[in-house]
Design a protein around this ligand. Sequence first.
Ligand code: 3HC
Length: 506
Amino acid sequence: MEIRTVGVVGLGTMGAGIAEVFARGGLAVTAVEADPQALARGMAALASSLDRAVKRGKLTPAQSGEIAGRVTQAGKLADLAGADLVVEVVPEQLAIKRQVLTELDRACRPDAIFATNTSSLSVTTIAAGTAHPGRVIGMHFFNPAPVMRLVEVVTTVLTDPAAAGSVSGLAERLGKTPVQVSDRAGFVANALLLPYLNHAVRLLETGYATREDIDRAMTLGAGLPMGPLTLLDLIGLDTSLAVLEVLAREFGGTRYTPASLLRRLTDAGRLGRKSGAGFYAYPDGGQVPDEAGLAAGAPGAVTLLDPVAGADAASAGRAAALAGLLAGAGIEVSRDPAAGSGLVVVAIGAMGGVLDAVAEAEAGDRSADAVGIRLVNAELAEVVPSPLTSAVAMDKARALAVKAGLRTVTAPDRPGLLVGALLYPHLRDAAAMVADGYARPSDVDSAMTLGCGYPRGPIRMLDEAGLAQAAAILSAMHAAYGDPAFAPPPLLMACASAGLALAPRG
Ligand code: 3HC
């Protein structure tokens, strides 16, 4: 069936975005919201999104008017009698969703397709309570719906393949990329995204790193479009908590058990952007402070140490790269720990090891002055104190990195430091999802690039980082924390030792 007329039930942030996507795609949309105030807010959100597109020159005022004209407001489900497809975007509570679908059974044509935008509930359970479970399907959009190109089309054991075909075809007509998945908690994208975001909250609440450093590590260090705490504020802390609770019930383990801070902030009503505050306060939230002023505190000379000899084949290259950057910024670099005084910089890798390097260089008397610096890429340095490093030495090391043209994050001297400690367990979850047969590498990568704006999918990131390096960091994290959630899955270990990639490159 070719879908021409659609209903959207529930006009919150996602509902309004989904209504806009349909209207932009030329479909006649009936937007139903029982609460008149919520209806007005949803329509205002849709109008302001269209205005933004006009201001950016993406739509002409006439096109914007035509799109808005395709959306009819309604207060009751009976107005959906003629719809080919109805998407429900009501709150994430099974009872509410079932109630809506029961009413839609009465209100709509018997051949209408019902889609749920649930981010966590079982589509099978939602479908099973309806008159035509074969025509109930998951159609999962990503926030902001007009921008993110992924639609997860979720089928159940009851789904009629023709309904799945119609919905996938529609997603393509709307300029989206459908990824067809079976009904499992979190589907592909949320099952990978939420445990990573949860881990970020846990690192914040245990004092592992600051809010800004956690976000900066993943934007500048991993190239993601938003830091995890900023993204939680966008998704909504209540929604994120609800998804994690479902994932925890389905999969168990620390990755999914919601961090206490996430629960506390939700209890406190700090739900993210939509309530005016979450991890950050809005409208200004999430702006990373400028570090440029720090450069003035940089020392004119430093001693540069390699990390522990032989610990890592790339160590010599890292020290040379850091020495080049410092020299380029006019800083005198000595390689002899017996000769100099002042700041000692250890050119560490992702495994850390500041004190080990100091001990190996027989420079124990300079421990308070020793700081690790890891060049993550051309933009970001992780600045890493040992337990003996003085606050003065830390300030000097950050100033030094800024003077050398880098941005910084402060990370503890633990396996993975900050970027790796957040990123590798996330990539590990992606490898585990492939290993257990739920999704193909290409589906995992499409879901995260198109649904969450990643520059490359997690499987490709793993292959590019090198599976041996990933396995080493994960094994070290597993050994350090004893958490099986960090253990590299057998598929990753096998490919790493065979020198193979997880995904074939075309
Ligand atoms: N509504 C409509 N359009 C929007 C928008 C919004 N809320 N926010 C941004 N845009 C548009 C802009 O108009 C602009 O469009 P243009 O390129 O056509 O001019 C484009 O998006 C880029 O916007 P900006 O330049 O203002 O901002 P950024 O470059 O910083 O991008 C972002 C913003 C697209 C949101 C980007 O930061 C991103 O991709 N973030 C990741 C978002 C993500 O991960 N979403 C998934 C969350 S999980 C989920 O939703 C599932 C659920 O079940 C929990």
